[in-house]
Ligand binder design. Structure first.
Ligand code: BDR
Ligand code: CA
Length: 313
């Protein structure tokens, strides 16, 4: 079984991704760590605990992460996409669970040290907890198996702005640290997630199963579906975060390219854009000015067998 920590900001599609991970016998979920993003970290933490409670998997710890980006204030979430409550404005009681006393990055460090080379971190929210992990535990990157992130847009437009994807834009400085660190990063960005559209008919099939978790997650779909209908004129939802779970499970469904990636961190209209280099020549010594110099290659997903991904979900 693959040991995995899911760093998440539930979030409607995060809830679906956690649902898929909990139903995947290939995964040994060591814990959920939470982050601000789709809503405040207090809300996303409660939502994460609620999912585990409903799934009857309360043996999995939930560790609360940081409440703001490294260098910027928290922007206030995206109530227009995920609702004020991060779950589509449904009436639902708060969780009875308490978060684990360890902070998100403390928990990650502890688990990574206990299982050197065997822990995958799946990050499906802003990357601040991971940047804190790197800053506070120097050398920890060498002990991690791999980092899989849902975030960024290498060769396509953004979704939060014309330039940037939401998770990266939420903390561009943290994203630049994580994508530039010396560990193996896989980027599942809009290049592929905008090809994975779950139709209303497929959503109804999830709603019509008997599992309590499926029933609960299905109540959150409607708000998200209405958002995409209004803004993108599509009938269905992009399952961004679940696509990254599928990458962990079935990598052969994805086509990838390896490039170093820099994140735009200046306050321009391109803030949060993930820029891949244009190839090997960017690494040539002697050109000190190139922004990608000495950065490791990130494995970027550029295409996906979307139908098979949707069937698997
Ligand atoms: C990402 O942003 C969030 O709104 C979603 O949960 C997903 O992680 C998509 O850009
Ligand atoms: Ca998310």
């Amino acid at each position: 079984m693959k040991k995995i920590i899911i760093d998440t900001d539930p979030g409607i599609d995060d809830g679906m991704a956690i649902q898929l991970a909990l139903h995947s016998p290939e995964l040994d979920i060591l814990g959920l760590t939470t982050i601000f993003g789709n809503a405040s970290v207090n809300i996303t933490t409660d939502n994460a605990m609620r999912l585990l409670e409903i799934a009857d998997r309360t043996n999995i710890p939930v560790c609360k992460g940081t409440d703001k980006p490294l260098k910027r204030p928290f922007a206030g979430g995206v109530p227009q996409v995920h609702g004020e409550d991060g779950k589509g404005n449904i009436e639902h009681p708060e969780s009875k669970l308490k978060p684990d006393p360890r902070s998100a990055h403390e928990f990650m460090a502890e688990q990574i040290k206990s299982h050197p080379g065997r822990v995958t971190i799946l990050a499906i929210g802003p990357l601040t907890n991971l940047a804190l992990l790197l800053q506070e535990y120097p050398g920890i990157e060498e002990l991690v198996e791999e980092i899989v992130i849902m975030g960024g847009n290498a060769f396509c437009p953004g979704n939060a702005t014309p330039a940037a994807e939401a998770n990266i834009l939420s903390d561009p400085e943290a994203a630049d640290i994580v994508l530039g660190a010396n560990w193996k990063v896989h980027m599942i960005g809009l290049d592929v997630t905008h090809k994975v559209l779950m139709t209303s008919e497929q959503l109804d099939r999830i709603a019509n199963t008997e599992s309590p978790l499926n029933q609960y997650v299905s109540t959150t779909f409607h708000f998200y579906r209405d958002f995409f209908k209004k803004v993108d004129q599509i009938d269905g939802i992009y399952v961004h975060d679940s696509t990254a779970v599928v990458y962990v499970l079935k990598r052969a469904l994805f086509e990838t390219k390896d490039f170093p990636v820099k994140v735009e961190t200046t306050n321009s209209i391109s803030l949060g854009k993930t820029w891949p280099s244009m190839g090997e020549s960017d690494h040539e010594d002697g050109n000190e000015l190139l922004p990608w110099k000495n950065r490791p290659k990130v494995t970027i997903s550029v295409d996906v067998d979307a139908n098979t991904v949707l069937q698997l979900i």
